[in-house]
Design a protein around this ligand. Structure first.
Ligand code: ZN
Length: 150
C-alpha cells in the first residue's frame, strides 16, 4: 500500500519537470546547434497532423545552423513558421529567413536594447568573421555590454 503511494508521488514529480522552458535548456552552444540538425516534430494547431522539420535553408544562406547558433538562436519551428528561431537569452523569435539575412546583424538590430547576448555577440560586425568567431575587441564589447545591462 505504501509503495503504491510512493509510486504515485514520484510519477507526479516526473510530470512536473519543466518542459515549458526551452530557453533555459538552450543555453549550451551544442544544445542550440543540435536543435537545427535533429528533426523536430511539429503539430498542426487544429488538424491532427504532424510534420518533421529540420532547418530548411541551404548552406549558402547567411543564416546557417552555425551562424544562428553563434548568434544565440536555437531552432523552434511551428507549423506556420517552419524556419522560426528563438534567442535563448531574450526569447526573440525570427522567421522568414532570406538568403542575405544575417543573424548577427538582425539580432543586434532588433534586440540591442534588451538582450545582452545581442550586444555582446552580435554588435561587433567588423570584429566577427563569417563563421561568427570573434577575432578581436571581445573584451571591449564585454565591458560595453555590462555597462548597458547594469
Ligand atoms: Zn536575444
Amino acid at each position: 500500500m505504501s509503495s503504491h503511494v510512493t509510486r504515485r508521488v514520484s510519477s507526479q514529480l516526473e510530470r512536473k519537470r519543466p518542459t515549458h522552458h526551452p530557453q533555459m535548456q538552450m543555453e549550451p552552444f551544442n544544445a542550440r546547434l543540435q536543435s537545427f540538425t535533429k528533426a523536430r516534430r511539429v503539430k498542426h494547431a487544429t488538424v491532427k497532423r504532424t510534420v518533421s522539420l529540420k532547418w530548411p535553408h541551404p548552406a549558402h544562406f547567411a543564416a546557417t545552423p552555425d551562424t544562428l547558433t553563434e548568434a544565440g538562436f536555437f531552432f523552434n519551428p511551428s507549423w506556420d513558421s517552419r524556419d522560426n528561431v528563438e534567442c535563448f537569452f531574450c526569447g526573440k523569435c525570427l522567421d522568414g529567413w532570406e538568403e542575405q539575412d544575417d543573424p548577427f546583424a538582425i539580432h543586434w538590430d532588433k534586440c540591442r536594447d534588451n538582450c545582452a547576448w545581442a550586444v555582446l555577440r552580435c554588435g561587433l560586425g567588423e570584429d566577427v568573421d563569417r563563421k561568427g568567431k570573434c577575432v578581436s575587441s571581445f573584451r571591449v564589447a564585454l565591458a560595453h555590454s555590462l555597462i548597458i545591462v547594469s
